[in-house]
Design a protein around this ligand. Structure first.
Ligand code: DC
Length: 212
């Protein structure tokens, strides 16, 4: 089974994806980490995030062993990732890696922005997670502070809104729900409630399939 989870920054989709994968015994890929790793490689080389050749080279040379690097988690790296991810040739260079990950048995949960629309359009279940931007900013602020980063909630909210606008308006693979995605509003749910709601969606889709 392949489950696609898309949604805006800090909507809680990553945590949901990880816990859903555990629940169903599937592998999990946080695809945001891929774009963050590309952005970090470009910045580490002292180059500009809009340098297409450098970003494509970083995408082609991607090393999954670096995905656990804590430097990838920062708010600044998320914004940098949003810039490199708008370059069409960078996205093209990363499609195959993601599809191969999804296709390997026993299946996977992938979370990102374009999983249900571009990477895995045939995923059995597609969930689009939404949450109030103010709630998202609050969660991101607490997360950043728990890592020991100084975090100003108003700055994070502005960053989230700018990122939403960039991710939604880019010409290639913009952030949007697939036509057959199920919306999950995570604004008022705690982690357990979110996972319960996601499992309910997966089970409803499976039950519908087995009836048809
Ligand atoms: O999910 P995240 O915050 O780690 O993602 C960081 C940025 O990477 C996000 O603002 C846009 C980009 N991204 C993307 O374009 N496509 C994906 N599938 C995942 C992330």
């Amino acid at each position: 089974m392949i489950i696609a989870i898309d949604g805006p920054a800090a909507s809680g989709k990553g945590t949901l994806a990880r816990l859903l994968a555990e629940h169903y015994g599937l592998r999990h890929l946080d695809t945001g980490v891929i774009y963050r790793a590309v952005a970090k490689a470009v910045l580490d080389a002292g180059l500009d995030l809009t340098d297409e050749a450098a970003a494509v080279q970083a995408a082609r040379g991607l090393d999954p062993a670096t995905f656990g690097d804590v430097a990838l988690k920062s708010q600044a790296m998320g914004s940098a990732a949003s810039v490199v991810s708008a370059i069409p040739s960078v996205r093209r260079a990363l499609v195959e890696f993601q599809r191969q990950f999804a296709a390997a048995p026993p299946g996977a949960v992938l979370d990102g922005r374009d999983i249900g629309t571009v990477i895995c359009p045939d995923a059995e279940v597609k969930i689009f997670v939404v949450a109030d931007p103010v709630v998202r900013a609050r969660r991101r602020t607490l997360e950043a502070r728990s890592r020991g980063e100084a975090a100003d909630e108003a700055v994070i909210l502005a960053d989230i809104l700018a990122r939403d606008a960039r991710d939604q308006s880019r010409t290639v693979a913009p952030l949007k729900p697939a036509d057959d995605a199920h919306l999950l509003d995570n604004s008022q749910l705690d982690i357990e409630g979110g996972v319960r709601a996601a499992i309910a969606i997966v089970e409803a889709v499976r039950a519908g399939r087995s009836r048809s």
